[in-house]
Design a protein around this ligand. Sequence first.
Ligand code: PEP
Length: 249
Amino acid sequence: MRDRIVIANWKMNGSREANRQWVKNFLAQPVKLACRTVVCAPFIHLPELVEACRGSSIEVGAEDVNENVSGAFTGEVSAAMLAEFGLSCAIVGHSERRRLYGETDNRVAMKAVALVRNGLKPIVCVGETLEERERGDTPAVILRQLNAVLSVIRPSDLGAVAYEPVWAIGTGRSADPETAQAVHACIRQRLVQANAAEGRLVPILYGGSVTPDNAAGLFRQPDIDGALVGGASLNASSFYRIGEALCEH
Ligand code: PEP
């Protein structure tokens, strides 16, 4: 059985007080979710978040990591540093990092390796821009991004692959379930080709304007095993309701 997971990506949002309140509100929900729940937050908030979530159902992850072991990389955080604080995973290859900070497929792959070497699971984001979709390049782009990672780690090293069409992120325009499923099926096929037994077990998450209202339709698709949620994850009860939709499907 594959894990079913909802992951919050808070991006550059939150404060010490707001985060404490978020955890309190999420854990105050009457029924514990039957899926895995992960919160990825800015580096500076991670130690307090790990403490606040200790012993609860919430796992904590980072939004990024540096691929190097140590040294002159001002402002960066290594995978060993994340491991020391008890994190379970980190997002790599988010489209905002690829677009705003020029991260290449190769760098994303090196980040995944650094995480695996330190016992953390990479959540690898892949996704096409609107222009790439309109040119019919979606499968080629997704496979190029995925191949870079699969050339250096095994499917069983992955925490998840997140399909995040760039045109759907933060736009309020989610991919429709069938469109997302078609790409998830292509990702699944590639993972299984890399290793059949391991590839079948990798959760493939959808990300891009997921809300409590559109989540159920997405989760009914056979290869959508959960969601990576940005905007709607900033509210604990909205994020919980997305988790609830996942548990019901
Ligand atoms: C994201 O940035 O990973 C994301 C999915 O954002 P949103 O849910 O706001 O579209």
